[in-house]
Design a protein around this ligand. Structure first.
Ligand code: UDP
Length: 493
């Protein structure tokens, strides 16, 4: 039920230091490491999460683990499997409630299930940890298991919560009440934004916004030949002459063979020479794929019909939409994904013919994380606009990824994207991510203002380089872990 995850070493700090804009961050990480290393010597830092694939947590953890190891910290990453098939659907409901989505509130039966599963997980986790070790537990799924181990074995522990909503609703209150008995067992609780900290954890909360690795396969520079090659290898462009916009035949095959979604529109879709709006996310209703597609349809019908300036008409007429996410069979803790994708495919089927041909729903292969990352990198780099139309979003690493690539971003007004994009400075924020009319109007404005797009993209890149890079985050984690190691040991029980 608990699996060890291998982590590739990746770039060394010396490699990062060669990049002018990362030198300072490497220096800060080295300084944090020399202060922390003696305090962490002889201890293992156990990092526990719910999945190694798909989503922001799985994106960051391998890099943080690799960097911690490079500076001499013994870090181990473990992923939990569900002890019961109802476990991940329940934790997903709690996740959704924290993001204020409509869901049934948890009841006593849910609590009993969560406790029983957590006890089974804790029994296994306890076999691993030794006195003096530190535990870092991510999100609600392994929260209670970690709490049990921390309490029973007297282990110092941090809970890293990647989700949050900036208002209190009956749903968020019920979810927090469900989690509170476990969350309070932790010495520290780390959140992405101050607005996400529930009052009962304020005494131990620390804010650490997520970050991207600028040298990862997801984010590193890509030459045009490389980019074309990646898309061709993925079946998204075929033939020796990508400019011919050959059909996405292989991708269509994969989609149809994989599970019966003819999530297509692909034959007619080119990515390299036509304006593209791209959103890459997990298949989650809160990511706002459906309203984005409806907004795009409105742009291509009603709004296009009223545009008179010829070049604007041409621009909007040529624009295409790509909605991409992980193949649901490859992501273990996201039970809703298949249903969300099926719903989206049905909405796609119902689009007017002329619009359908300009929309592609891509189920990206998950067998190789590297291949997946390269495809995401290439798609984001091809985009005229990267959308992240989230209705709720704890942070939204995809936004930082697109900003780093100097793309113009259009984001929903959720707190996470808003913490990254300053409206009109490094991208645009749509007033209401559920309103197709507002989305269509903003897409039209952004697609027809090329100079502004350039400014937003350039500013966006500078903002990410300064604020959201993984070297600085790892330095911060070293401080947190060393502080925890110094704090008095807990009593058992
Ligand atoms: N992602 C990916 N492949 C996919 C879909 C998403 O690699 O097919 C990545 C995406 O690039 C980003 C992460 O998953 O790095 C999503 O993180 P984010 O914080 O945006 O949202 P979360 O999934 O954590 O809610």
């Amino acid at each position: 039920m608990i699996r060890r995850i291998e982590v590739a070493e990746g770039y060394t700090l010396a490699d990062y230091a060669l990049h002018a804009w990362l030198g300072e961050a490497v220096g800060a990480l080295r300084a944090a490491a020399s202060a922390a290393a003696p305090r962490l010597a002889g201890r293992t830092v156990w990092i526990v999460s719910a999945t190694a694939r798909g989503g922001g947590v799985a994106e960051m953890l391998p890099r943080i683990v690799a960097l911690l190891r490079q500076v001499g910290v013994h870090a181990e990453w473990r992923v939990i499997d569900a002890p019961d098939p109802r476990f991940f659907p329940l934790t997903k409901r709690i996740h959704n409630l924290i993001h204020s989505a409509e869901e049934p509130l948890p009841d006593e039966g849910d609590r009993a299930l969560y406790e029983a599963c957590s006890q089974a997980l804790a029994a296994e986790l306890r076999q691993l940890v030794r006195a003096g070790d530190l535990l870092v537990v991510h999100d609600p799924q392994p929260l209670a298991a970690g709490a049990l181990v921390a309490r029973e074995a007297g282990i110092r522990a941090v809970w890293r919560c990647h989700i949050g909503f900036d208002q209190a609703t009956p749903g968020t209150r019920a979810a927090w009440a469900f989690l509170a008995p476990w969350a309070t067992a932790y010495d520290r609780a780390v959140f992405s934004l101050p607005a996400y900290v529930p009052a009962f954890l304020a005494d131990r909360a620390i804010i650490v916004p997520p970050a991207i690795d600028p040298l990862s396969h997801k984010n590193r520079e890509m030459s045009v030949p490389k980019l074309t090659g990646v898309l061709r290898a993925a079946g998204l462009v075929v033939g020796d002459h990508p400019q011919l916009m050959a059909p996405f035949a292989r991708q269509v095959e994969r989609l149809t063979a994989g599970g019966g979604y003819t999530a297509a529109g692909l034959d007619a879709l080119g990515v390299l020479f036509r304006p593209l709006v791209v959103q890459v996310s997990r298949w989650d209703a809160l990511k706002g794929f459906a309203p984005l597609m409806a907004g795009f349809a409105r742009l291509k019908t009603e709004r296009l019909a009223s545009v008179e300036v010829p070049w604007r008409r041409a621009m909007l007429g040529a624009t295409r939409l790509v909605l991409a996410g992980p193949d649901p069979t490859g992501v273990q803790d996201d039970p809703e994904a298949a249903a969300v994708l099926a719903d989206l495919a049905a909405r796609w089927q119902a689009l007017p013919d002329s619009v359908r041909d300009d929309v592609a729903i891509l189920r990206l292969p998950m067998a190789s994380i590297r291949e997946n990352a390269r495809i995401v990198n290439a798609l984001q780099r091809c985009a005229t606009i990267v959308a992240q139309n989230s209705i709720a979003e704890g942070f939204g690493l995809t936004v930082a990824e697109a900003m780093w690539k100097a793309r113009a971003t259009m984001v929903g007004p959720a707190a996470g994207p808003r913490a990254q994009v300053r409206d009109g400075v490094d991208g645009r924020i749509v007033d209401d991510a559920t309103d197709p009319g507002a989305i269509a109007a903003l897409l039209e404005e952004m697609l027809t203002t090329p100079k502004q797009r350039e400014v937003w993209g350039t500013n966006a890149r500078a903002r990410v380089a300064g604020s959201f890079n993984i070297l600085r985050k790892t330095a911060r984690w070293l401080e947190i872990l060393a502080g925890l190691a110094d704090s008095p040991a807990r009593g058992k029980g």
